[in-house]
Write a protein of this length. Sequence first.
Length: 70
Amino acid sequence: MPTSAVTTIFLDDGGVMNDNTLSGPEWQRHVGEYLSPRLGGSLQAWGNANLVIATREFKRYKNHNWVRAS
């Protein structure tokens, strides 16, 4: 039986299962802890960058998928 190469799955529950005001800062910390040793830079910089990029990308996704067609 083949084994999967997938070792990690990231789930976004969108505030349904927990309070995103609490999990957001935790996510930023984890992103920083993961990316900083691999790519350089500070933990804080990676966490802050993730917030900026995620906000922008979710806005783009929402605008693309949820606007009414003309």
